[in-house]
Write a protein that binds this ligand. Sequence first.
Ligand code: SAM
Length: 472
Amino acid sequence: MYDAKSMKAEEFISDEEVRAALAYADENKDNLELVDALLDKAELLKGLTHREASVLLACEDPERIERMFALAEKIKKDFYGNRIVMFAPLYLSNYCVNGCVYCPYHAKNKHIARKKLTQEEIRQEVIALQDMGHKRLAIESGEDPVNNPIDYILESIKTIYSIQHKNGAIRRVNVNIAATTVENYRKLKEAGIGTYILFQETYHKESYEKLHPTGPKHDYAYHTEAMDRAMEGGIDDVGLGVLFGLELYRYEFAALLMHAEHLEAVHGVGPHTISVPRIKHADDIDPSAFDNSISDDIFAKICALIRICVPYTGMIISTRESKAVRERVIRLGVSQISGASRTSVGGYAEEEPEEECSEQFDVSDKRTLDEVVHWLMDMGYIPSFCTACYREGRTGDRFMSLCKSGQIQNCCHPNALMTLKEYLMDYASEETRAIGEKLIEAELNNIPREKTREICADHLKKIEEGIRDFRF
Ligand code: SAM
Protein backbone atom coordinates (compact mmCIF):
# COMPACT_ATOMS: atom_id res chain seq x y z
CA MET A 1 0.00 0.00 0.00
CA TYR A 2 2.93 2.38 0.70
CA ASP A 3 4.08 4.03 -2.51
CA ALA A 4 5.97 7.31 -2.31
CA LYS A 5 5.30 7.92 -6.01
CA SER A 6 1.56 7.48 -5.74
CA MET A 7 -0.50 10.64 -6.11
CA LYS A 8 -3.08 9.41 -3.61
CA ALA A 9 -2.75 10.76 -0.08
CA GLU A 10 -3.64 7.50 1.60
CA GLU A 11 -0.87 5.74 -0.31
CA PHE A 12 2.02 8.17 0.07
CA ILE A 13 0.98 8.81 3.69
CA SER A 14 0.09 5.19 4.29
CA ASP A 15 -1.14 4.77 7.85
CA GLU A 16 0.14 1.20 7.74
CA GLU A 17 3.63 2.38 6.82
CA VAL A 18 3.68 5.10 9.50
CA ARG A 19 2.75 2.46 12.09
CA ALA A 20 5.36 0.05 10.74
CA ALA A 21 7.99 2.81 10.96
CA LEU A 22 7.02 3.50 14.58
CA ALA A 23 7.13 -0.21 15.44
CA TYR A 24 10.57 -0.48 13.80
CA ALA A 25 11.65 2.55 15.87
CA ASP A 26 10.40 0.96 19.10
CA GLU A 27 12.23 -2.25 18.33
CA ASN A 28 15.48 -0.43 17.58
CA LYS A 29 15.56 2.61 19.83
CA ASP A 30 17.99 0.90 22.22
CA ASN A 31 20.04 -0.65 19.44
CA LEU A 32 22.88 1.82 19.89
CA GLU A 33 24.94 0.21 17.14
CA LEU A 34 22.17 1.00 14.66
CA VAL A 35 21.66 4.49 16.13
CA ASP A 36 25.38 5.21 15.70
CA ALA A 37 25.30 3.88 12.15
CA LEU A 38 22.35 6.16 11.36
CA LEU A 39 24.14 9.16 12.80
CA ASP A 40 27.23 8.26 10.74
CA LYS A 41 25.01 8.10 7.66
CA ALA A 42 23.42 11.46 8.54
CA GLU A 43 26.89 12.99 8.65
CA LEU A 44 27.16 12.38 4.90
CA LEU A 45 24.46 15.07 4.50
CA LYS A 46 22.25 13.00 2.25
CA GLY A 47 19.41 12.90 4.76
CA LEU A 48 17.63 9.94 6.33
CA THR A 49 14.44 8.06 5.51
CA HIS A 50 11.32 8.33 7.66
CA ARG A 51 12.05 4.89 9.18
CA GLU A 52 15.62 5.79 10.07
CA ALA A 53 14.56 9.17 11.40
CA SER A 54 11.90 7.54 13.56
CA VAL A 55 14.55 5.39 15.26
CA LEU A 56 16.52 8.52 16.18
CA LEU A 57 13.40 10.25 17.48
CA ALA A 58 12.57 7.25 19.68
CA CYS A 59 16.14 6.85 20.99
CA GLU A 60 16.46 8.17 24.54
CA ASP A 61 20.15 7.60 25.12
CA PRO A 62 21.49 10.98 26.42
CA GLU A 63 24.85 10.65 24.69
CA ARG A 64 23.19 9.90 21.31
CA ILE A 65 20.75 12.78 21.77
CA GLU A 66 23.72 15.08 22.38
CA ARG A 67 25.24 13.78 19.15
CA MET A 68 21.98 14.53 17.29
CA PHE A 69 22.02 18.11 18.57
CA ALA A 70 25.70 18.57 17.74
CA LEU A 71 25.20 17.19 14.23
CA ALA A 72 22.15 19.43 13.64
CA GLU A 73 24.24 22.43 14.67
CA LYS A 74 27.04 21.40 12.35
CA ILE A 75 24.73 20.89 9.36
CA LYS A 76 23.09 24.22 10.05
CA LYS A 77 26.48 25.94 10.07
CA ASP A 78 27.78 24.13 6.96
CA PHE A 79 24.68 24.68 4.83
CA TYR A 80 23.09 27.84 6.08
CA GLY A 81 26.07 29.57 7.70
CA ASN A 82 25.02 32.09 10.31
CA ARG A 83 22.29 33.69 8.21
CA ILE A 84 18.70 33.92 9.40
CA VAL A 85 16.10 35.08 6.89
CA MET A 86 13.48 37.48 8.27
CA PHE A 87 9.78 37.69 7.38
CA ALA A 88 6.42 38.80 8.75
CA PRO A 89 2.90 37.41 8.33
CA LEU A 90 0.18 39.64 6.91
CA TYR A 91 -3.37 38.54 7.69
CA LEU A 92 -5.75 39.58 4.93
CA SER A 93 -9.04 38.16 6.19
CA ASN A 94 -10.31 35.96 9.01
CA TYR A 95 -13.62 35.09 7.38
CA CYS A 96 -13.71 31.31 7.28
CA VAL A 97 -16.24 28.62 6.45
CA ASN A 98 -14.28 25.76 8.04
CA GLY A 99 -14.78 24.21 11.44
CA CYS A 100 -11.15 23.59 12.55
CA VAL A 101 -11.49 22.96 16.28
CA TYR A 102 -8.07 24.44 17.19
CA CYS A 103 -8.52 27.71 15.27
CA PRO A 104 -10.56 30.71 16.45
CA TYR A 105 -11.46 31.52 12.84
CA HIS A 106 -13.82 28.52 12.80
CA ALA A 107 -17.22 29.45 11.37
CA LYS A 108 -19.14 28.88 14.62
CA ASN A 109 -17.07 31.41 16.56
CA LYS A 110 -19.47 34.32 16.87
CA HIS A 111 -17.48 36.52 19.24
CA ILE A 112 -14.27 37.01 17.25
CA ALA A 113 -14.29 40.22 15.21
CA ARG A 114 -14.50 39.32 11.52
CA LYS A 115 -12.39 41.51 9.30
CA LYS A 116 -11.19 41.63 5.73
CA LEU A 117 -8.67 44.24 4.61
CA THR A 118 -9.58 46.54 1.73
CA GLN A 119 -6.84 47.26 -0.82
CA GLU A 120 -6.31 50.64 0.85
CA GLU A 121 -5.96 48.95 4.26
CA ILE A 122 -3.45 46.52 2.74
CA ARG A 123 -1.50 49.55 1.51
CA GLN A 124 -1.40 50.95 5.06
CA GLU A 125 -0.32 47.62 6.53
CA VAL A 126 2.42 47.15 3.93
CA ILE A 127 3.73 50.67 4.48
CA ALA A 128 3.88 49.98 8.23
CA LEU A 129 5.74 46.71 7.54
CA GLN A 130 8.14 48.44 5.15
CA ASP A 131 8.76 51.12 7.76
CA MET A 132 9.95 48.39 10.12
CA GLY A 133 12.29 47.09 7.40
CA HIS A 134 10.47 43.97 6.22
CA LYS A 135 11.00 42.82 2.63
CA ARG A 136 9.39 39.39 2.77
CA LEU A 137 5.80 38.64 3.76
CA ALA A 138 3.67 35.56 4.22
CA ILE A 139 0.03 36.36 3.49
CA GLU A 140 -2.55 34.48 5.52
CA SER A 141 -6.26 34.11 5.11
CA GLY A 142 -9.19 32.01 6.26
CA GLU A 143 -11.04 29.95 3.67
CA ASP A 144 -14.19 31.60 2.40
CA PRO A 145 -15.02 31.47 -1.31
CA VAL A 146 -17.45 34.39 -0.99
CA ASN A 147 -15.44 36.78 1.20
CA ASN A 148 -11.90 35.76 0.22
CA PRO A 149 -12.09 34.35 -3.33
CA ILE A 150 -8.89 33.76 -5.28
CA ASP A 151 -9.39 37.06 -7.16
CA TYR A 152 -9.23 38.93 -3.84
CA ILE A 153 -5.98 37.13 -2.94
CA LEU A 154 -4.51 37.89 -6.39
CA GLU A 155 -5.52 41.55 -6.23
CA SER A 156 -3.97 41.79 -2.76
CA ILE A 157 -0.67 40.31 -3.97
CA LYS A 158 -0.61 42.84 -6.81
CA THR A 159 -1.24 45.66 -4.35
CA ILE A 160 1.54 44.45 -2.03
CA TYR A 161 4.13 44.25 -4.81
CA SER A 162 3.14 47.67 -6.17
CA ILE A 163 3.91 49.65 -3.02
CA GLN A 164 7.19 51.57 -3.08
CA HIS A 165 7.49 53.62 0.07
CA LYS A 166 10.76 55.47 0.78
CA ASN A 167 13.45 52.79 0.20
CA GLY A 168 11.02 50.01 0.99
CA ALA A 169 9.59 47.29 -1.20
CA ILE A 170 8.16 43.88 -0.54
CA ARG A 171 10.26 41.62 -2.71
CA ARG A 172 8.76 38.26 -1.94
CA VAL A 173 5.19 37.34 -1.02
CA ASN A 174 4.74 33.81 0.29
CA VAL A 175 1.19 32.55 0.48
CA ASN A 176 -0.55 30.52 3.19
CA ILE A 177 -4.11 29.97 1.99
CA ALA A 178 -6.34 26.93 1.98
CA ALA A 179 -5.84 24.05 -0.43
CA THR A 180 -7.12 24.98 -3.87
CA THR A 181 -7.28 23.90 -7.52
CA VAL A 182 -4.44 23.52 -10.05
CA GLU A 183 -5.94 26.45 -11.97
CA ASN A 184 -5.79 28.69 -8.89
CA TYR A 185 -2.23 27.60 -8.10
CA ARG A 186 -1.32 28.55 -11.67
CA LYS A 187 -2.82 32.00 -11.06
CA LEU A 188 -0.81 32.37 -7.85
CA LYS A 189 2.34 31.40 -9.73
CA GLU A 190 1.57 34.01 -12.39
CA ALA A 191 1.06 36.60 -9.63
CA GLY A 192 4.71 36.03 -8.67
CA ILE A 193 4.37 34.34 -5.32
CA GLY A 194 7.38 32.88 -3.54
CA THR A 195 6.59 29.78 -1.50
CA TYR A 196 3.12 28.26 -1.23
CA ILE A 197 2.73 27.21 2.39
CA LEU A 198 0.08 24.85 3.66
CA PHE A 199 0.22 23.11 7.01
CA GLN A 200 -1.11 19.60 7.07
CA GLU A 201 -2.16 20.19 10.70
CA THR A 202 -2.19 16.41 11.25
CA TYR A 203 -1.34 13.52 8.95
CA HIS A 204 -3.48 11.13 10.98
CA LYS A 205 -6.58 10.77 8.78
CA GLU A 206 -9.07 9.85 11.46
CA SER A 207 -7.97 12.67 13.76
CA TYR A 208 -7.81 15.05 10.80
CA GLU A 209 -11.47 14.40 10.02
CA LYS A 210 -12.48 14.94 13.65
CA LEU A 211 -10.44 18.12 13.97
CA HIS A 212 -11.95 19.48 10.74
CA PRO A 213 -15.56 18.42 11.17
CA THR A 214 -17.11 20.83 8.68
CA GLY A 215 -16.22 22.86 5.60
CA PRO A 216 -14.05 22.10 2.57
CA LYS A 217 -10.99 21.48 4.77
CA HIS A 218 -12.69 18.31 6.07
CA ASP A 219 -11.52 16.49 2.92
CA TYR A 220 -8.24 14.82 4.00
CA ALA A 221 -7.20 13.73 0.51
CA TYR A 222 -7.86 17.14 -1.07
CA HIS A 223 -5.81 18.84 1.63
CA THR A 224 -2.95 16.31 1.64
CA GLU A 225 -2.65 16.28 -2.16
CA ALA A 226 -2.60 20.11 -2.35
CA MET A 227 1.18 20.31 -2.82
CA ASP A 228 0.97 18.01 -5.83
CA ARG A 229 -1.62 20.30 -7.38
CA ALA A 230 0.50 23.35 -6.49
CA MET A 231 3.49 21.79 -8.26
CA GLU A 232 1.32 20.84 -11.22
CA GLY A 233 0.27 24.49 -11.34
CA GLY A 234 3.94 25.49 -11.64
CA ILE A 235 4.73 26.44 -8.04
CA ASP A 236 8.03 24.77 -7.28
CA ASP A 237 8.68 26.09 -3.77
CA VAL A 238 6.25 24.59 -1.29
CA GLY A 239 6.29 24.74 2.50
CA LEU A 240 5.07 21.87 4.69
CA GLY A 241 4.15 21.94 8.37
CA VAL A 242 2.40 20.10 11.15
CA LEU A 243 0.50 21.74 14.01
CA PHE A 244 2.19 19.99 16.92
CA GLY A 245 -0.16 19.15 19.78
CA LEU A 246 -3.00 17.75 17.71
CA GLU A 247 -1.72 14.17 17.37
CA LEU A 248 1.14 11.99 18.61
CA TYR A 249 4.34 13.72 17.58
CA ARG A 250 6.10 10.55 16.49
CA TYR A 251 3.29 9.81 14.03
CA GLU A 252 3.41 13.35 12.64
CA PHE A 253 7.18 13.36 12.32
CA ALA A 254 7.33 10.10 10.33
CA ALA A 255 4.45 11.19 8.08
CA LEU A 256 5.93 14.65 7.51
CA LEU A 257 9.12 13.02 6.22
CA MET A 258 7.06 10.66 4.05
CA HIS A 259 5.39 13.72 2.53
CA ALA A 260 8.83 15.19 1.77
CA GLU A 261 9.96 11.86 0.25
CA HIS A 262 6.82 11.80 -1.89
CA LEU A 263 7.44 15.31 -3.30
CA GLU A 264 11.04 14.43 -4.09
CA ALA A 265 10.05 11.11 -5.70
CA VAL A 266 7.27 12.56 -7.86
CA HIS A 267 8.38 16.10 -8.62
CA GLY A 268 12.15 15.76 -8.23
CA VAL A 269 12.19 18.45 -5.57
CA GLY A 270 11.48 18.23 -1.87
CA PRO A 271 9.79 20.89 0.24
CA HIS A 272 11.44 24.31 0.27
CA THR A 273 10.59 24.80 3.94
CA ILE A 274 9.14 23.00 6.92
CA SER A 275 7.32 24.90 9.68
CA VAL A 276 6.93 23.60 13.20
CA PRO A 277 4.02 25.47 14.82
CA ARG A 278 2.64 24.41 18.22
CA ILE A 279 -0.97 25.12 19.29
CA LYS A 280 -1.36 28.41 21.13
CA HIS A 281 -4.04 30.00 23.20
CA ALA A 282 -6.52 32.01 21.15
CA ASP A 283 -9.99 33.46 21.46
CA ASP A 284 -12.23 30.41 22.01
CA ILE A 285 -9.22 28.04 22.02
CA ASP A 286 -7.65 26.50 25.11
CA PRO A 287 -4.46 24.63 24.20
CA SER A 288 -4.81 22.36 27.25
CA ALA A 289 -7.86 20.82 25.59
CA PHE A 290 -5.42 19.11 23.21
CA ASP A 291 -3.62 16.35 25.03
CA ASN A 292 -0.73 15.76 22.64
CA SER A 293 1.24 18.87 23.50
CA ILE A 294 5.01 18.44 23.41
CA SER A 295 7.66 19.66 25.84
CA ASP A 296 10.36 22.13 24.82
CA ASP A 297 12.91 19.29 24.94
CA ILE A 298 10.96 17.14 22.49
CA PHE A 299 10.33 20.21 20.35
CA ALA A 300 14.09 20.88 20.19
CA LYS A 301 14.76 17.23 19.33
CA ILE A 302 12.21 17.38 16.48
CA CYS A 303 13.85 20.54 15.10
CA ALA A 304 17.31 18.97 15.29
CA LEU A 305 16.11 15.81 13.55
CA ILE A 306 14.38 17.73 10.76
CA ARG A 307 17.70 19.49 10.17
CA ILE A 308 19.53 16.14 10.03
CA CYS A 309 16.96 14.23 7.98
CA VAL A 310 16.21 16.86 5.30
CA PRO A 311 19.35 19.01 5.31
CA TYR A 312 18.33 20.96 2.19
CA THR A 313 14.97 22.08 3.47
CA GLY A 314 14.72 25.44 5.24
CA MET A 315 13.08 25.46 8.65
CA ILE A 316 10.75 28.21 9.89
CA ILE A 317 10.00 29.23 13.45
CA SER A 318 7.34 31.84 14.18
CA THR A 319 6.61 34.18 17.07
CA ARG A 320 4.32 31.48 18.50
CA GLU A 321 7.52 30.51 20.31
CA SER A 322 9.15 32.56 23.05
CA LYS A 323 12.50 34.27 22.78
CA ALA A 324 14.09 31.48 24.90
CA VAL A 325 12.73 28.64 22.76
CA ARG A 326 13.64 30.46 19.55
CA GLU A 327 17.15 30.98 20.85
CA ARG A 328 17.47 27.27 21.50
CA VAL A 329 16.16 25.99 18.18
CA ILE A 330 17.73 28.59 15.90
CA ARG A 331 21.07 26.97 16.73
CA LEU A 332 19.70 23.58 15.79
CA GLY A 333 18.82 24.40 12.24
CA VAL A 334 16.17 27.08 11.83
CA SER A 335 16.84 29.21 8.76
CA GLN A 336 13.87 31.63 8.75
CA ILE A 337 12.08 33.46 11.54
CA SER A 338 9.30 36.00 11.73
CA GLY A 339 9.69 39.19 13.71
CA ALA A 340 7.30 41.77 15.19
CA SER A 341 4.34 39.72 13.94
CA ARG A 342 0.69 40.56 14.35
CA THR A 343 -1.81 37.74 13.89
CA SER A 344 -4.76 40.12 13.70
CA VAL A 345 -6.33 41.34 10.49
CA GLY A 346 -4.88 44.82 10.42
CA GLY A 347 -2.76 45.73 13.39
CA TYR A 348 0.54 46.84 11.90
CA ALA A 349 -0.64 50.29 10.87
CA GLU A 350 -2.80 50.77 13.95
CA GLU A 351 -3.09 48.74 17.13
CA GLU A 352 -6.35 46.83 17.24
CA PRO A 353 -8.74 47.83 20.09
CA GLU A 354 -9.22 44.90 22.52
CA GLU A 355 -12.97 44.72 21.97
CA GLU A 356 -12.40 44.23 18.24
CA CYS A 357 -9.89 41.40 18.54
CA SER A 358 -9.38 39.44 15.30
CA GLU A 359 -6.18 37.61 16.26
CA GLN A 360 -5.57 34.04 15.20
CA PHE A 361 -3.49 33.16 18.26
CA ASP A 362 -1.38 34.81 20.97
CA VAL A 363 2.21 35.49 20.03
CA SER A 364 4.90 34.73 22.62
CA ASP A 365 7.69 36.78 21.14
CA LYS A 366 6.34 40.32 21.11
CA ARG A 367 9.57 42.20 20.41
CA THR A 368 10.02 44.80 17.69
CA LEU A 369 11.93 43.92 14.53
CA ASP A 370 14.79 46.14 15.68
CA GLU A 371 14.99 44.19 18.95
CA VAL A 372 14.93 40.86 17.12
CA VAL A 373 17.64 41.97 14.68
CA HIS A 374 19.74 43.27 17.57
CA TRP A 375 19.31 39.99 19.48
CA LEU A 376 20.26 37.85 16.47
CA MET A 377 23.41 39.87 15.87
CA ASP A 378 24.34 39.67 19.56
CA MET A 379 24.32 35.90 19.11
CA GLY A 380 26.52 36.20 16.00
CA TYR A 381 23.80 35.63 13.39
CA ILE A 382 23.32 37.72 10.26
CA PRO A 383 19.66 38.72 9.88
CA SER A 384 19.07 38.53 6.14
CA PHE A 385 16.43 40.39 4.15
CA CYS A 386 17.53 38.76 0.92
CA THR A 387 15.08 37.47 -1.69
CA ALA A 388 17.60 37.13 -4.52
CA CYS A 389 17.20 33.39 -5.14
CA TYR A 390 13.56 33.79 -5.91
CA ARG A 391 14.09 36.95 -7.98
CA GLU A 392 16.84 35.29 -10.00
CA GLY A 393 14.73 32.19 -10.60
CA ARG A 394 16.73 30.00 -8.24
CA THR A 395 13.69 28.10 -7.02
CA GLY A 396 12.61 24.48 -6.91
CA ASP A 397 15.12 21.98 -8.27
CA ARG A 398 17.54 24.74 -9.39
CA PHE A 399 17.73 25.97 -5.81
CA MET A 400 17.99 22.43 -4.48
CA SER A 401 20.85 21.44 -6.79
CA LEU A 402 22.78 24.61 -5.91
CA CYS A 403 22.12 23.88 -2.27
CA LYS A 404 23.20 20.27 -2.57
CA SER A 405 26.46 21.27 -4.26
CA GLY A 406 27.20 23.68 -1.41
CA GLN A 407 27.28 26.58 -3.94
CA ILE A 408 24.46 28.55 -2.38
CA GLN A 409 26.80 29.90 0.29
CA ASN A 410 28.82 31.79 -2.29
CA CYS A 411 25.96 34.10 -3.11
CA CYS A 412 23.87 33.98 0.07
CA HIS A 413 26.51 35.27 2.42
CA PRO A 414 27.38 38.50 0.58
CA ASN A 415 23.69 39.08 -0.26
CA ALA A 416 22.77 38.71 3.40
CA LEU A 417 25.42 41.28 4.35
CA MET A 418 24.20 43.74 1.74
CA THR A 419 20.54 43.45 2.69
CA LEU A 420 21.46 43.78 6.36
CA LYS A 421 23.38 46.92 5.44
CA GLU A 422 20.27 48.31 3.73
CA TYR A 423 18.28 47.53 6.86
CA LEU A 424 20.82 49.20 9.14
CA MET A 425 20.97 52.34 6.99
CA ASP A 426 17.22 52.68 6.49
CA TYR A 427 15.50 51.34 9.61
CA ALA A 428 17.73 50.37 12.53
CA SER A 429 18.12 52.19 15.83
CA GLU A 430 21.53 53.70 16.47
CA GLU A 431 22.57 50.93 18.81
CA THR A 432 21.51 48.15 16.45
CA ARG A 433 23.25 49.89 13.60
CA ALA A 434 26.52 50.15 15.52
CA ILE A 435 26.51 46.42 16.29
CA GLY A 436 25.54 45.60 12.73
CA GLU A 437 28.31 47.67 11.15
CA LYS A 438 30.90 45.81 13.22
CA LEU A 439 29.39 42.46 12.34
CA ILE A 440 29.37 43.27 8.62
CA GLU A 441 33.00 44.35 8.74
CA ALA A 442 34.03 41.10 10.41
CA GLU A 443 31.87 38.96 8.14
CA LEU A 444 33.17 40.68 5.01
CA ASN A 445 36.64 39.45 5.85
CA ASN A 446 35.24 35.95 6.11
CA ILE A 447 34.25 35.84 2.42
CA PRO A 448 36.88 33.45 1.01
CA ARG A 449 36.83 34.52 -2.66
CA GLU A 450 38.73 37.77 -3.08
CA LYS A 451 36.74 38.90 -6.11
CA THR A 452 33.42 38.36 -4.31
CA ARG A 453 34.76 40.21 -1.28
CA GLU A 454 35.70 43.19 -3.46
CA ILE A 455 32.33 43.31 -5.19
CA CYS A 456 30.54 43.03 -1.86
CA ALA A 457 32.65 45.82 -0.31
CA ASP A 458 31.89 48.02 -3.30
CA HIS A 459 28.14 47.39 -3.05
CA LEU A 460 28.20 48.04 0.70
CA LYS A 461 29.80 51.41 0.04
CA LYS A 462 27.17 52.26 -2.54
CA ILE A 463 24.39 51.31 -0.13
CA GLU A 464 25.98 53.63 2.44
CA GLU A 465 25.89 56.39 -0.19
CA GLY A 466 22.14 55.86 -0.58
CA ILE A 467 22.10 53.73 -3.73
CA ARG A 468 19.42 51.06 -3.52
CA ASP A 469 19.14 49.58 -6.99
CA PHE A 470 20.52 46.12 -6.29
CA ARG A 471 18.44 43.05 -6.95
CA PHE A 472 18.41 41.11 -3.72
N1 SAM B 1 -6.91 28.87 6.09
C1 SAM B 1 -5.65 28.39 5.59
C2 SAM B 1 -5.57 26.90 5.78
O1 SAM B 1 -6.61 26.29 5.97
O2 SAM B 1 -4.52 26.30 5.67
C3 SAM B 1 -4.56 29.22 6.14
C4 SAM B 1 -4.00 28.81 7.44
S1 SAM B 1 -4.03 29.73 8.90
C5 SAM B 1 -4.19 31.38 8.49
C6 SAM B 1 -2.39 29.43 9.35
C7 SAM B 1 -2.12 28.30 10.29
O3 SAM B 1 -2.27 28.72 11.63
C8 SAM B 1 -2.98 27.06 10.23
O4 SAM B 1 -2.60 26.23 9.17
C9 SAM B 1 -2.78 26.43 11.58
O5 SAM B 1 -1.79 25.42 11.56
C10 SAM B 1 -2.30 27.57 12.44
N2 SAM B 1 -3.17 27.77 13.60
C11 SAM B 1 -4.51 27.81 13.65
N3 SAM B 1 -4.94 27.94 14.91
C12 SAM B 1 -3.85 27.98 15.69
C13 SAM B 1 -3.64 28.09 17.10
N4 SAM B 1 -4.63 28.16 17.97
N5 SAM B 1 -2.36 28.10 17.56
C14 SAM B 1 -1.33 28.02 16.70
N6 SAM B 1 -1.47 27.91 15.37
C15 SAM B 1 -2.71 27.89 14.87
